[in-house]
Design a protein around this ligand. Structure first.
Ligand code: ARG
Ligand code: ZN
Length: 413
């Protein structure tokens, strides 16, 4: 009797989301190799959760690095940083406070464009917006996730023959919550402003937009139920107790050669083979099947405020480097006009870091010339825990960049 009660209560406790009380996010700027060694040695003693860049191996001299440290060692780590002389700051003093403050209020479950919506709410929304706007939006299923959830895809645009298309995906990395929020915003703007916004109307008349609101559905659910800081998919890895593959290291583009890990426990694990994940396989299959129409590929991540284009698997310049650079510059200039938000732009390898297996490089190499990765707000004040109050401004400024790129595609592809 008592043992049954005990089991029940343990089950109830373990179902609660992981908390981050007292965890800190530090920003460091290593000045020399000894500082890098110090971070490595700290990482070997305690679990460091790298926010930007995504893993220990991507840290370099002179580049800032943000990572989360658990409460019980946070003061010891801070003391080590202090005595090392390495410049550092505390970006977030208590991660749980920031987790709690992302939401404006605790009333959930109704869909809102200015809130973070859980997966069930997003799925109900996508069914609804397609049903309400049959001449502009249709919903299909791209595939099924590892845990068996449907991955939905919206096609947005006025029907027509031989239209070129732009593919936009969100929610690769589970904890980057502002990304799915942007994809929902894009669809909302399309249905609300078709017929009144001349630029948008022209785009929707002449292009199809494939909008994938959440690719990594299992990971996204897991960030709501269990661990807000989860990044990867949730597939089981044979021979390991760690779950998941980094979907943006799982594409067949210099796969697992650089900036990716072959260890299943790492956040940048490249997977057992390219496209080992059901989610990445479904995306790649769709793009391969629609290569004749898809001219643009936009993949939306956070955070860092960057607009990246190929390559990230090497420092080689893309064949279309000059044109892509101009398109990126025009897009970030447009974005800046609204709230003066500054983005950097350039090839992934030199602008952020070398990291192979990304969907942008893969799409480019299979022939989608206009291939870009967005890293949305912010630059680290909140990082992945961007407050809901910034969803609107982030989405509106990003719309300007997406419209700018899409116009270029319409006129040049
Ligand atoms: N933060 C993103 C990531 O690491 C950047 C992706 C840039 N593109 C790339 N192929 N690595 O996944
Ligand atoms: Zn990401």
């Amino acid at each position: 009797m008592w043992s049954i009660l005990l089991l029940v209560s343990i089950a109830a406790v373990s179902a609660d989301p992981k908390e981050f009380n007292g965890d800190k996010v530090f920003r460091v700027v290593p000045q020399d190799q000894s500082h890098i060694e110090l971070i490595k040695s700290i990482a070997s003693d305690t679990q460091l959760d790298f926010w930007a860049p995504d893993s220990l191996s991507l840290i370099s001299i002179g580049q800032q690095a943000d990572f989360r440290v658990e409460f019980d060692v946070a003061y010891d780590v801070q003391a080590l940083l202090e005595s090392s002389g390495m410049p550092y700051e505390v970006l977030i003093g208590d991660v749980q406070v920031a987790v709690d403050e992302q939401h404006d209020s605790n009333i959930r479950a109704v869909h809102s464009y200015e809130k973070y919506n859980d997966l069930d709410t997003i799925n109900a929304w996508s069914a609804n917006i397609a049903a309400q706007n049959p001449s502009l939006v249709t919903r299909s299923q791209l595939g099924t996730s590892y845990e068996g959830r449907p991955i939905y895809l919206l096609k947005v645009g006025r029907s027509g023959s031989n239209k070129k298309a732009v593919f936009i995906d969100c929610g690769f990395h589970a904890r980057e919550w502002v990304s799915p929020a942007f994809c929902q915003w894009f669809v909302k703007e399309s249905v609300e402003n078709y017929g009144s916004d001349a630029v948008l109307t022209n785009l929707l008349n002449n292009l199809d937009f494939y909008v994938l609101p959440v690719l990594n559905v299992d990971g996204y659910v897991f960030t709501w139920s269990s661990n807000r800081m989860w990044r990867k998919t949730r597939s089981v890895n044979s021979g390991s107790t760690c779950f998941g593959t980094d979907p943006n290291r799982n594409f067949n583009a210099g796969w697992c050669t650089v900036g990716a890990s072959s260890r299943a426990c790492d956040d940048t694990y490249c997977g057992s083979t390219p496209e080992s994940e059901r989610e990445t396989k479904a995306l790649a299959n769709f793009i391969r099947s629609n290569l004749s129409s898809i001219k643009g590929y936009l993949t939306v991540h956070s955070y860092s405020q960057m607009l990246l284009f190929p390559y990230s698997y090497s420092y080689a310049l893309a064949r279309d480097h000059t044109e892509l650079n101009t398109v990126a510059k025009n897009a970030v200039d447009q974005l800046f006009t609204l709230h003066r938000t500054r983005y950097t732009y350039g090839p992934g390898g030199t602008t952020i870091y070398l990291a192979a297996g990304g969907s942008d490089d893969w799409a480019y190499d299979v022939g989608v010339k206009y291939s870009f990765t967005f890293e949305l707000r912010d630059t680290g004040r909140y990082g992945f825990l961007l407050p809901e109050s910034q969803i609107k401004a982030t989405s509106e400024e990003t719309m300007l960049a997406v419209k700018s790129i899409s116009n270029h595609i319409l006129n040049n592809a």
